[in-house]
Design a protein. Structure first.
Length: 186
């Protein structure tokens, strides 16, 4: 039975998260990604699961995993949103190498950082610090399958955020995006 009393709470949580990511993406010039971020969460496949497993202090996907061993909504979500590293996991040409993390485009790594900042702020509330996204990553990184260059960029940005704060990190990200778009002209 869907817990309809959670519908409004879940809607507010995902909307607060989406609006924060949009704000941060706009600040660094990723307008399209900011507008389109996590729209799949509003579709029935993800929204109803989010309502059912809503807890308010963590992702509903974690609760679904604890009960079922997986989250069908998460499988749906990560397969449609390129800012999740899981979207980029696939076999190599040599299938004997198994699954690997493929290199993520810089703009999606940056959206992933914005996503981590926003999620940390939404779930931690007043206890959020600029170290929070790094601390979450550090707890989980041994389980994360990332391309080495993607991992290096993600870690550089999370460490910069922890040490220098949003303002300086976002300035660096804007520079990085200009460099990515225009090469050595910047």
């Amino acid at each position: 039975m869907i817990k309809f009393q959670n519908a409004g709470k879940h809607f507010r949580t995902i909307t607060e998260h989406k609006l924060l990511v949009m704000k941060y993406c706009f600040q660094v010039g990723l307008y399209r990604q900011g507008l389109l971020h996590d729209l799949s969460k509003y579709g029935a496949e993800e929204f109803l699961s989010g309502v059912y497993y809503y807890q308010g202090n963590r992702s509903p996907h974690a609760a679904a995993r604890e009960i079922h061993g997986f989250s069908k909504a998460w499988l749906h979500h990560k397969g449609r949103n390129k800012h999740h590293f899981e979207y980029w996991i696939d076999y190599t040409v040599n299938k004997e190498d198994g699954l690997v993390g493929h290199k993520m485009p810089v703009n999606y790594v940056i959206e992933m950082v914005m996503d981590r900042i926003a999620a940390s702020k939404v779930y931690k509330g007043k206890e959020y610090t600029d170290r929070s996204p790094l601390e979450y990553y550090e707890r989980e990184k041994r389980y994360i399958l990332l391309h080495p260059e993607t991992r290096a960029l993600l870690e550089r940005l999370l460490h910069m955020l922890a040490r220098k704060g949003e303002k300086r990190t976002f300035a660096y990200i804007r520079w990085l995006l200009r460099k990515e778009r225009f090469g050595n002209e910047t």
